[in-house]
Design a binder for this molecule. Structure first.
Ligand code: AMP
Ligand code: ZN
Ligand code: FE
Ligand code: FE
Length: 284
């Protein structure tokens, strides 16, 4: 059990627990620092910060996880300490939210063509106030009974190469890194172990303002963690990490707070955000 978890989803995107429940769970597990990192959304931040007032021993970092595109692959960029009222950030997130809805409707249409008739209204309902994602479609499919497990939806239909997959409108990693930085945040590369030609990307992203990368992530085995830690040193990126908690108890889900992230990582992240904010105020 770690004291830190810097990668957590809530009902503001595709997590099961609402932000106050995530905060309560983290506090009950004795965590010291957590970050709320919903997909393309900052809507969970205010309620999480509110709830955190009842738990002075727990620090909640406002964050988000942006989906970005490079040719033939998807890269996720985490943003910590973003100003969740930043007008440009909010305008772009609003656009992404709408395009996520259109994309989900297209996937539903494709599924319909394959004889699987799930309803958009139900998917929207499952997503609640949050940004719609493929997990909501998978849950609607499960309810319908056309698949027997959550992962089957991805394996057979809506996974990246699946017949019902539709590409989402996304920023490039550089655009996300710059946007996060502009909104006062620290940009961190999410789950990098599966990225091909990683070092080329690291060189480029670093020039674009990337400040850290996940090293202690979900189920990464010790040899992967070791390799990523080496790369984080080589490219002078802050090592970060977390469970990528969604709360749905998928087969091998890492429980909240169990990604073994050193407390020192959170401390360095907090210090870096403070220093960056100071620099930003000097420039403006
Ligand atoms: P989206 O943001 O709509 O592209 O959906 C991405 C989310 O779907 C990820 O954050 C995961 O929560 C989930 N996901 C993606 N691939 C899989 C998979 N193979 N099995 C289960 N969940 C997945
Ligand atoms: Zn997710
Ligand atoms: Fe991700
Ligand atoms: Fe995530």
């Amino acid at each position: 059990m770690s004291q830190v978890d810097l990668h957590i989803h809530t009902t503001a995107s595709d997590g099961r627990l609402n932000p106050p429940d995530v905060v309560r769970l983290a506090a009950s597990r004795g965590l010291r620092v957590i970050a709320i990192t919903d997909h393309d959304s900052v809507a969970g931040i205010a309620p999480a910060l509110d709830a955190a007032r009842n738990f002075p021993r727990l620090r909640v970092i406002p964050g988000l996880e942006m989906s970005t595109n490079v040719p033939k692959a998807e890269i996720h960029i985490l943003g910590y300490f973003v100003d969740h009222h930043h007008p440009e950030l909010l305008a772009i997130l609003e656009r992404l939210r709408t395009s996520r809805e259109k994309r989900a409707q297209k996937m539903i249409q494709k599924l319909g063509g394959m004889g699987i008739h799930i309803k958009w209204d139900r998917v929207r309902e499952l997503a609640g106030d949050g940004s719609v994602g493929r997990p909501h479609i998978a849950r609607a499919m499960l309810e319908l009974g056309c698949i027997s497990s959550f992962s089957e939806a991805f394996a057979q239909y809506i996974g990246r190469n699946g017949p019902a997959y539709v590409e989402q409108e996304k920023l490039t990693p550089g655009e996300a890194i710059r946007l996060i930085t502009k909104a006062g945040g620290v940009a961190v590369l999410a789950h990098p172990a599966n990225i091909g030609r990683l070092e080329e990307f690291l060189t480029r992203f670093k020039e674009e303002g990337l400040a850290g990368m996940e090293v202690y992530y979900d189920g990464y085995p010790p040899e992967v963690v070791k390799q990523l830690l080496m790369l984080s040193h080589k490219y002078e990126l802050l090592p970060c990490g977390g469970s990528d908690y969604h709360g749905f108890g998928k087969d091998n889900e890492t429980p909240l707070g169990e990604a073994e992230v050193p407390l020192e990582c959170a401390e360095q992240l907090i210090a870096m955000a403070g220093a960056q904010r100071w620099e930003l105020t000097q420039i403006q």
